[in-house]
Design a protein around this ligand. Structure first.
Ligand code: ADP
Ligand code: AMP
Length: 228
């Protein structure tokens, strides 16, 4: 652990709002590391380990992985990042926290480090748009970049524009798992936003526009909140 001040930001919104897409666009511009708990779990799933078998029980059904395991995986990753990059200036959390217990754990962990959350960006998209986005989503098996069959199609079918890797459909982007995941978002994740609204760190962005327009709007809102 270093004494360097680290900016902690959160990108939040329902599944399919565009968190991963936007984080990939804005994190480098703001010198932030994009840390997505879903990506951490997808890496664990690929490892075909006992931990992978445990995560799969929840992941494929669209259920939340237990809090204790999620928190352990996330903080181990952040510690590793800080060791590897002592000059790390900030972290953009995506997919965490997802319920009140995780929000409380994050507050506690940051308080121990003398840190706080600089901003929480809520990407707002109406629920009826989300199913179309998720069932058409394609993800690169190599670099994790996100595309859409119709709304953000790769130039060559099935191939990642960024690294040439193979694109696949996520095992939890089925209509059944999407319904379940959205239910969890509105029941457990949306209510924790009040906590950040009260702290004056919540910024709401209209995510129902072109990808580039949304990214410009996020950058404008965040630039003054990130100290480098
Ligand atoms: P999240 O990380 O919030 O679950 P993603 O970034 O993976 O969402 O985006 C979900 C799907 O919607 C992807 O297929 C992505 O290409 C597409 N998408 C993202 N932003 C937009 C947008 N503004 N308009 C249309 N489609 C979008
Ligand atoms: P995502 O990529 O954010 O849509 O997450 C995919 C899946 O990973 C979720 O449906 C959960 O099974 C698991 N997951 C990701 N983040 C969390 C979290 N903060 N808490 C519990 N489970 C999570």
């Amino acid at each position: 652990m270093t004494d360097q001040t680290v900016n902690y930001l959160i990108i939040v919104g329902p599944q399919g709002a565009g968190k991963g897409t936007q984080a990939a666009a804005v994190a480098p511009e703001l010198s932030l590391e994009h840390v997505a708990t879903g990506d951490l779990f997808r890496t664990i799933l690929k490892s075909e380990s006992e931990l992978g078998d445990e995560v799969r029980k929840y992941y494929d059904q669209g259920a939340l992985v237990p809090d204790e395991l999620t928190i352990r995986v996330l903080f181990a990753h952040i510690e590793r990042l800080q060791e590897e990059k002592p000059s790390l200036s900030g972290v953009l959390l995506d997919g965490f926290p997802r319920n009140a217990a995780q929000a409380a754990s994050l507050d506690e962990a940051l308080a121990e480090r003398g840190e706080s959350i600089s901003a929480v960006v809520l990407i707002d998209v109406p629920r009826d748009e989300l199913m179309k986005r998720l069932t058409g989503r394609l993800v690169c098996s190599s670099c994790g970049a996100t595309f859409h069959r119709e709304f953000n199609a790769p130039s060559k079918e099935g191939i990642c524009d960024k690294c040439g890797g193979e694109l696949f459909q996520r095992s939890d982007d089925t209509p059944e798992a999407v319904e379940k995941r959205l239910g969890i978002y509105y029941e457990q994740t949306e209510p924790i936003l009040d906590h950040y609204r009260e702290q004056g760190v919540l910024v709401t962005i209209d995510g129902n526009r072109e990808i580039d327009t949304v990214a410009q709007d996020i950058l404008l809102s965040l630039k003054e909140r990130v100290s480098n």
